[in-house]
Design a protein around this ligand. Structure first.
Ligand SMILES: CC(C)(COP(=O)(O)OP(=O)(O)OC[C@H]1O[C@@H](n2cnc3c(N)ncnc32)[C@H](O)[C@@H]1OP(=O)(O)O)[C@@H](O)C(=O)NCCC(=O)NCCS
Length: 239
């Protein structure tokens, strides 16, 4: 979605964030005296379309705080980085059965996400399909009593590994399954040639940080903020 004014010299562009129809991202907003007008036009339009939240997420690049103030956006998430200098790890006995992802696991995985991550971090089916189709991506699933209760997703690029996701259904947390998935993911990263591994997590996610630190990860240098604003808050949704 885009709005332009001043003969096309000023504009705002928005689109789905991570292929989520319910979360929009302000992708680009030009400077200039009509910026407030453009922002109110795009926010009104997104609201009337039923979009639930609008965000600004420039990853590790700095977000313009003045723009966020003008659009009424506040920090909704602070992301921190963790890293480990190698992927070597001892195998760990666990009651969890771990195997590689299969296409038919998708709905069970999306269900695990909805019972582990906050709303903001749920993958849409489209985002998930795009993610697993990347050749650099590996996904493992964890099963207890034949049911999928967790998963880990990771990426290898040359010698750099990245742990993209780790989740265990809230009903099954605290049983060592997260650790088992982390260990297996590290072993697979190692086999795939990764010599170091990074990940990001929410700054207030102390539980995941305790797990990563226990397995030799240390806080990296950068922190970045995601700004957001509810447009149509779904009942019960929280960040
Ligand atoms: C992080 C997560 C994957 C851990 O899964 P888990 O199955 O509970 O992990 P484990 O049972 O192996 O426990 C690992 C560590 O988590 C912490 N932990 C586990 N249960 C806990 C609890 N009830 N309260 C506080 N900390 C707890 C502990 O540090 C524990 O280490 P320990 O072996 O010394 O007890 C899980 O909490 C989760 O899915 N969270 C939501 C998604 C998420 O935040 N993912 C990671 C960020 S990308």
């Amino acid at each position: 979605m885009a709005f332009v004014t001043d003969g096309g010299r000023q504009y705002v562009v928005a689109g789905p964030w991570r292929r989520r129809a319910d979360i929009a991202e302000l992708i680009e907003v030009s400077d200039g005296k009509h910026r407030a007008l453009l922002l109110s036009a795009v926010l009104a339009s997104l609201t009337s379309l039923g979009v639930q939240m609008v965000i600004v997420d420039y990853g590790p690049n700095a977000v313009d705080p003045v723009l966020c103030r003008e659009a009424g956006l506040e920090v909704v998430e602070r992301i921190v980085e963790y890293e480990r200098p190698d992927c070597r790890v001892e195998p760990r006995p666990s009651a969890l059965e771990v195997r590689s992802y299969r296409h038919e696991d998708r709905d069970a995985i999306l269900d695990v996400e909805r019972h582990s991550f906050p709303w903001l971090w749920w993958n849409s089916p489209e985002e998930w399909d795009a993610y697993v189709s990347l050749p650099s991506v590996g996904v493992i699933v964890g099963l207890a009593d034949g049911q999928i209760v967790g998963y880990a997703g990771f990426t290898v690029y040359h010698r750099d590994g990245h742990l993209d996701r780790l989740a265990v259904h809230e009903r099954e947390q605290g049983r060592g399954f997260g650790s088992a998935l982390l260990v297996e993911a590290l072993m697979r990263l190692d086999q795939a040639g990764a010599r170091r591994v990074r990940l990001t997590t929410q700054e207030d996610n102390h539980r995941s940080q305790a797990l990563y630190e226990r397995y030799g990860f240390r806080r990296g240098r950068w922190v970045y903020e995601i700004y957001g604003k509810w447009l149509n808050r779904p009942e019960g949704a929280h960040l």
